[in-house]
Design a protein around this ligand. Structure first.
Ligand SMILES: [Zn+2]
Ligand SMILES: [Zn+2]
Length: 259
């Protein structure tokens, strides 16, 4: 069995095809998925999906790329996370690739999420792009992962160096690989994935984006996470079953889900 640790099935293009999405998961033995929040206005939809489907979990948070959107306070996040269906805070983090100018608001928003994670004991889902130095620095400054009962969080859709991966793992963070790792052009990332121990690894789709090879360029969905696992197994030269089992176990442990 496989778990998609990060998807956006509430996005209209996927939500409109929910029966087919769930069918594809079943067909590919993808038993669970985590539907990740990007802003507060769509959070009720996400909570509703997680309440409707027992094998779909959800998070609460505001994405660093969302500029004109209601800004969450620590209290907002704590209040909205108060449901057993909400297993994480995020996605949050820094993205200096998509946005330019004075991004102090992004760093402040990131700090807010880390504080909410520490207060609730729910792990963080961190997005970092072209901003790894500040990301790691703020994680350290805010004590990300501490007070959260050992469940620090995950660096999602990881595309950074091994050095950044190691800094995150030292703080108790898991490293999650998406379909990007299967791309021909992703040599450096493949080298990183070879070095990251399976005990620290999660797999994800980040659907509807980033479909793995052989579906690159098509619309992604949670059922396709199996192809990420297959690629990692080949890359690390270990049985597929081992990748499936370890990443599944990691998911339940990180998000404190009894199974
Ligand atoms: Zn992201
Ligand atoms: Zn995402």
């Amino acid at each position: 069995m496989y778990i998609d640790s990060h998807c956006h099935i509430n996005f209209p293009e996927l939500a409109a095809r929910m029966p087919a999405i769930l069918g594809k998961m079943e067909e590919n033995k993808v038993t669970h998925a985590l539907c990740v929040s990007c802003d507060l206005p769509t959070f009720p939809d996400i909570l509703q999906i997680a309440e409707q489907y027992p094998h779909i979990y959800a998070s609460v948070g505001v994405h660093p790329d969302y500029e004109d959107t209601p800004e969450p306070t620590v209290d907002d996040l704590i209040r909205l996370a108060n449901s057993p269906r909400i297993v994480a805070i995020g996605e949050t983090g820094l993205d200096y690739y998509r946005l330019e100018g004075d991004l102090e608001w992004q760093r402040e928003r990131f700090r807010t999420h880390i504080r909410a994670s520490r207060a609730t004991g729910k792990p963080l889902i961190i997005h970092t792009r072209a901003a790894s130095e500040d990301t790691i620095r703020i994680m350290r400054e805010e004590g990300a992962g501490t007070d959260a009962g050992g469940a620090a969080g995950v660096m999602h859709c990881f595309t950074e160096s091994l050095e950044v991966a190691r800094a995150a793992m030292e703080m108790g963070f898991y490293i999650s690989f998406s379909g990007i790792v299967t791309f021909k052009s992703a040599r450096d990332l493949q080298a990183v994935a070879r070095e990251v121990p399976l005990e620290y690894m999660l797999i994800e789709t980040d659907s509807p984006y980033l479909a793995p090879v052989p579906f690159r360029g098509k619309m992604n969905e949670p059922g396709l996470v199996r192809h990420v696992a297959e690629y990692i197994a080949t890359l690390k030269n270990v049985p597929l079953e081992q990748v499936a089992q370890q990443t599944t176990e990691n998911f339940f442990k990180l998000f404190k889900i009894a199974h």
